[in-house]
Structure formats: C-alpha cells, structure tokens
Design a protein around this ligand. Structure first.
Ligand SMILES: Cc1cc2nc3c(=O)[nH]c(=O)nc-3n(C[C@H](O)[C@H](O)[C@H](O)COP(=O)(O)OP(=O)(O)OC[C@H]3O[C@@H](n4cnc5c(N)ncnc54)[C@H](O)[C@@H]3O)c2cc1C
Length: 367
C-alpha cells in the first residue's frame, strides 16, 4: 500500500502519525515551503463544542497518542452582546497558536511525524492518484471535493484578524456576538500570552451582508476592543481571509481517495471550530487504511455534528441584537456555567433539535 497525503496541516499530519504508529509510512506533499507557513492566529478548543469528550487534549493523547501542548487553559470566558455581558468561569477548554510559530499545533504535530514531507509540492490530486495506491486529501478546504462534485457548500465566511500587543489575562477568552460589529457573525480575543493576543472578526457572506465592508466593521471592532480594555493595542501582524467555504463532502471516501479535515467538512458552521474534528478525521482515515475501522462509519457522528451546527448557524441568522442580549443575559453566572460544564448532555445538540421546528416555521413564512 502506497499512501500519499496532500497537505501537512492538522488532519494530514494526524493521519500520517497514526499510519506510522500502525506500521504504514505515508508520503506527505505540502504546497508551502514549511509546515504552518501562513499567518499566525490564536484558536480555541472549547469543551462545549467537543461533547461527549470533556477534554480534547487529554482525549487526543490518551486515546490516539497525539500530544499537543496548548498555550493555556481557559478558566474564564467573557461573552458580550450589544448591551449585555456574561462571565463564565471554570475549566472551559484551551487556547493555542496556529501558523508559523514554533509551538503552533501544526509545528507540534510535525515534530511527531516520522514520514517524509515534500515541501513546495505542485503535485495535483490526479498526479498523486496515478503514483500512489491511495490519496488522502487534507488541503484545508473543500476545493478538491468541490471539483469532483463531492462537496455541499452551505455558505462562506470572511475573516479579518490581527496580533495585538497589550496586557492580557492568558486564562481569559473574550467573544462578542453583537451584530453592529459583525452581522450574523462573531468576534474573538484570544491571548497568546500576557503580552500578546489575537483579535478576529468573522462575517458570513450572506446576501443580507452583501453591502457590508469588512474593513469598516474591523475599524469598529478594533475601536471597541481598545475602549473596552482601555488599552492602545498596537497591531503587529494582520491577516484577512475572504469567502472561505464552509460545507461538507457527500462521501468521505470515494474509491481510494479519502477526504479529511476541512476537505471532509470538519469546520463547524456555527462558530467555525474545526481543530479537534480535523485531527480526529485524520486519525479515522488512518484507521480505515490500517484495517482498524470504516472511515465513513467513524465519521458519521462528525457529520451529524456538522448538521447540528448548521442548524444553530441558521438560527443565529434569524436572531436580532435584542435576542442575543436575552441569550447572553441568561448565560451569565450559574446557568451559563452549568451549560458550559454539563457532562451528561450535549447542549449544542439539544439546542439544534429545539431550533429545528422554529427554523421550519420561519422557512414556511418566508417561502
Ligand atoms: C481564521 C480561522 C480561525 C479559526 N479558529 C478556530 C478556533 O478557534 N477553534 C477551532 O477549533 N477551529 C478554528 N478554525 C478552524 C480550524 O483551523 C480548521 O478546521 C483546521 O485547521 C482544519 O485542518 P485541516 O487539516 O483541514 O487544514 P489545515 O490545518 O489548514 O492544513 C491544510 C494544509 O494543506 C496545505 N495545502 C493546501 N493546498 C495544498 C495542495 N494543493 N497541495 C499540498 N498541500 C496543500 C496547506 O498549505 C496546509 O498546510 C479556524 C479557522 C480559521 C481560518
């Protein structure tokens, strides 16, 4: 069996590590000159988004032998709507760095990979398929799946972000769901350390957002964070992503081609989280290749999570700032903490089931 992995990101590297642990050495093809050779940004792993798993980092090491050191664990989340705020405390998840930094998640995975990585690869999927018995597509977006008509794109999102200097509590993450700042989207402040943080603004490219200018909204958001934190927050690095497709492939495996990570559809529509699911998809594809499971079956719960998350995203598009104020107010204190820390139910799954009839009714009214 000769396996080519296209893309040395989270899912591709997790796949390579798992294959090697089980006696198969794949070859990795990465289009960039080194692992993580892109913008730097801060990301989070929130426990509430990975239920039934309560600690992604522990689960990855104990169950799959994949070892990741986050930047910090999250002990406090400050959530803001236009007029309300909720503070939630407890162990809520982890923050981590992505991109070209030495301790980014992809760099950490590269150090655990024992397979050859061919950098600056120009190989197309078709070339790899003619040279290898199996190809794992891990290129980080649905482009190839789309080209082969194996991808349902649900919407796209545009994101602007920056690294800022200041004084931060590394255990606190801040998030804004205020449609004056990011209509139908969200904003985050994720610290890298006591002195640096990543701020970002994500806006879905909906028809009702067609006239928006992300640069104008960015100015508003940047000003908002500075006044809220009462700090200057000089920008030292910036990134912008336009029309990033969010969708899911129709078949996770076609013939001897496996679609993993965002090529499968591991980036969840509600808030764009996808790190943990991307890593899992790489592990599961490797299990199938090693005869230890069936990729399609293993991915079924992640497909369901995607669909649940899409319901929440669609619901979010129906809510106004007043509705968001009510939600944030109800999350403050005891109930928010209970919700974020409950171990017996998956709150997002429950919310998505509760939202379905509401969305059906809305659809009926508008169609
Ligand atoms: C701005 C932003 C913020 C995010 N924040 C969060 C967050 O806070 N929490 C969370 O859980 N998730 C977050 N996500 C989602 C998460 O980062 C992704 O779901 C995850 O990185 C996907 O992993 P992947 O392996 O599919 O792709 P990646 O890790 O992006 O890897 C893809 C790799 O493929 C390479 N490649 C591309 N094309 C080719 C080609 N033709 N040939 C060879 N190699 C190729 C790329 O260079 C890259 O190295 C965020 C995403 C973005 C864009």
């Amino acid at each position: 069996m000769e396996i080519a992995i296209m893309g040395a990101g989270l899912s591709g590297l997790a796949c390579a590590i798992t294959l090697k642990k089980n006696g198969i050495t794949p070859t990795i093809f990465e289009k960039r000159s080194k692992v993580g050779d892109r913008f730097v940004n801060g990301e989070v792993l929130l426990d509430i988004f990975s239920r039934p798993v309560h600690d992604c980092i522990a689960s990855l090491s104990d169950e799959y032998g994949i070892y990741l050191q986050p930047t910090s664990n999250i002990q406090r989340m400050e959530l803001f709507s236009k007029n309300e705020q909720a503070i939630i405390e407890g162990h809520l998840g982890f923050t981590n760095v992505r991109g070209r930094e030495r301790d980014s998640f992809e760099s950490q995975l590269e150090r655990q990979t024992k397979s050859t990585i061919h950098f600056n690869s120009q190989k197309t999927y078709e070339q790899l398929l003619s040279e290898y018995t199996h190809v794992v597509i891990a290129t980080g977006d649905g482009a190839y799946a789309k080209e082969t008509r194996n991808f349902r794109e649900d919407f796209s999102v545009s994101i602007q972000g920056a690294t800022v200097e200041g004084s931060f509590d590394r255990y606190t993450v801040m998030a804004w769901v205020d449609y004056d700042l990011s209509p139908y989207g969200y904003c985050f402040l994720i610290p890298y350390s006591e002195k640096e943080a990543c701020i970002s603004l994500a806006i879905p490219d909906l028809p009702k957002n067609a006239d928006l200018n992300i640069r104008d909204l960015w100015k508003l958001f940047y000003q908002k964070v500075r006044s809220q934190l009462k700090q200057e927050l000089p920008i030292t690095d910036q990134f912008q992503i336009t029309h990033y497709p969010i969708g899911i492939c129709l078949k996770p495996r076609i013939g001897n081609t496996f679609y993993i990570g965002n090529c499968f559809g591991t980036m969840m529509p509600f808030m764009g989280f996808g790190q943990y699911t991307s890593i899992l998809s790489g592990v599961y594809a490797a299990y199938d290749l090693c005869g230890m499971g069936n990729y399609e079956e293993l991915m079924a719960p992640l497909r369901q999570s995607y669909e649940d998350s899409l319901v929440l995203r669609r619901a979010m598009e129906q809510i106004s700032n007043e509705g968001l104020d009510r939600i944030i107010r109800s999350l403050h204190g005891y109930w928010g903490e209970k919700l974020f820390q409950t171990k017996t139910i998956n709150p997002l799954k429950v919310a998505s089931y509760l939202m379905r009839p509401f969305l059906k009714m809305k659809k009926g009214v508008t169609s």
